[in-house]
Design a protein around this ligand. Structure first.
Ligand SMILES: C[S@@+](CC[C@H](N)C(=O)[O-])C[C@H]1O[C@@H](n2cnc3c(N)ncnc32)[C@H](O)[C@@H]1O
Ligand SMILES: [Zn+2]
Ligand SMILES: [Zn+2]
Length: 323
C-alpha cells in the first residue's frame, strides 16, 4: 500500500476548480459509458469523484494535474460511500484500485451501482444488442418514423406532449404549456418557441425575448399558459389546478402530441449533430402514435398480461403526486 500524504491537496482545499469545471462540462455532453448503463437521477460526475480521490492522495506541494492523469494508487485501501446513489464515487475509487463498499436506502441505486461494478466481468454485449435490434428493434423501428408536412422522411428522436385543458369558465380549449420556450441551445445560439396563437414551432436566436410567427402573432418566450400548478385560460384568465382536472371532469386528462425532435432518416449514426430539428407535429407523426397504440392493444389481445394490468402500488410513496 503506497503511503498517503500527511497533508494532502484535499486538506488544503486546493483543487483547480476552473479546469475541472471545463472537464465537467464536457462530461455532461458525453457521459462515460459505464454510467450510461442505467439512468439515475442527480448522478455526480466522474470528474468530481476522481478529483476528490486524486486530491486526497496528492501531497500539499504536489501537482494536481500530474496526479490526475497518473492516478494515485488506492491499492490496499478501502473506500465506503454510505449514500452511494448512482455509484460514481465507488466506481471511480475502484478504478484507482480501492476495495469499495457502498450502501443506499434506495434498492434501485444499490442495484445500479452493483451492476456498474460488474461491467468489466460481463461477456461482450454486442451479440445480445444485435439480437435485440433484430427482434425487438425491427418491431419498434416502424413507429419511430416521422414525416414533416412537406413529406420529408425523418427519424423520431423525441416526442413532446402537452396537456389539453378546457376552461371551466368560458369553455375555451387551450394547451397548458408551462413556458412557450420549448428548448434552447447556447452552442448554436438558437431557441425553439411554441406560437401562442397557432401552436407552430418557431426558431429564433437564443436570447430573443419575443418571437413572431407567420400567423401574425408574436409570443413572449418566457410566458406560458400555466401559473404554478394551475392552467391559466388565455381567453378569460381563469385559473384551474391541473391536479384536480381528472376528478372535476370525471375523465383522464388529455394530452396532445404537439412537437417532435427528429433527424434525417437513413442508416443509424452514433452522433446526430447538425441534422436535428424541432418542429410542430404533423398528421403523419400523430398517425404513427395512433398506429403504435393500436399495435399495443393488439399485443395485449394476443398475449393477455403483456402490458402490466395492475395499478401502481401506493404503499411507501410519501408524496401526493399522481402515479
Ligand atoms: C446525492 S445522492 C449520493 C450521490 C453519491 N454519493 C455520488 O457521489 O454520486 C444521495 C443518496 O443518499 C441516499 N440516502 C438518503 N438517505 C439515506 C440513508 N438514511 N441511508 C442510506 N442512503 C440514504 C439516497 O437514496 C441517494 O441515493
Ligand atoms: Zn402562429
Ligand atoms: Zn376561459
Amino acid at each position: 500500500m503506497t503511503k498517503f500524504p500527511d497533508r494532502s491537496l484535499l486538506d488544503d482545499g486546493d483543487l483547480p476548480v476552473v479546469g475541472l469545471a471545463r472537464l465537467a462540462s464536457r462530461e455532461t455532453v458525453r457521459p462515460r459509458d459505464a454510467y450510461g448503463a442505467h439512468k439515475w437521477f442527480a448522478r455526480r460526475l466522474a470528474v468530481t469523484a476522481r478529483s476528490l480521490l486524486v486530491a486526497a492522495g496528492t501531497p500539499s506541494d504536489g501537482s494536481f494535474w500530474k496526479s490526475y492523469y497518473d492516478a494515485p494508487s488506492y491499492e490496499g485501501r478501502t473506500v465506503l460511500d454510505p449514500f452511494l446513489g448512482g455509484g460514481v464515487m465507488v466506481l471511480e475509487a475502484s478504478r484507482l484500485g480501492a476495495d469499495v463498499h457502498g450502501v443506499d436506502v434506495e434498492p434501485v441505486a444499490a442495484a445500479i451501482s452493483s451492476f456498474q461494478g460488474r461491467l468489466r466481468s460481463l461477456p461482450p454485449l454486442e451479440p445480445v444488442l444485435a439480437r435485440l435490434c433484430e427482434t425487438v428493434g425491427s418491431r419498434l423501428a416502424p413507429y419511430y418514423r416521422a414525416r414533416d408536412e412537406e413529406g420529408c422522411e425523418e427519424t423520431l428522436l423525441h416526442a413532446f406532449w402537452v396537456q389539453v385543458v378546457k376552461c371551466a369558465e368560458c369553455r375555451h380549449e387551450y394547451h397548458a404549456h408551462p413556458q412557450f420556450r420549448l428548448a434552447s441551445d447556447g452552442i448554436i445560439d438558437k431557441q425553439w418557441v411554441v406560437c401562442r396563437g397557432c401552436g407552430d414551432i418557431n426558431q429564433a436566436k437564443k436570447d430573443a425575448k419575443t418571437v413572431g410567427c407567420r400567423c401574425g402573432v408574436r409570443t413572449t418566450v418566457s410566458d406560458g399558459n400555466m401559473d404554478g400548478g394551475a392552467g391559466v385560460c388565455p381567453q378569460c384568465s381563469h385559473h384551474q389546478k391541473l391536479i384536480e382536472e381528472a376528478v372535476r371532469t370525471g375523465a383522464p386528462p388529455s394530452f396532445r402530441l404537439f412537437a417532435v425532435e427528429t433527424i434525417p432518416s437513413g442508416p443509424e449514426r452514433r452522433f446526430t449533430g447538425a441534422g436535428r430539428k424541432i418542429r410542430a407535429a404533423s398528421s403523419f407523426d400523430r398517425k404513427m402514435f395512433a398506429d403504435a397504440a393500436a399495435a399495443a392493444v393488439a399485443i395485449e389481445a394476443e398475449t393477455p398480461g403483456a402490458i402490466p394490468p395492475s395499478p401502481l402500488p401506493r404503499a411507501g410513496v410519501m408524496d401526493q403526486r399522481v402515479l
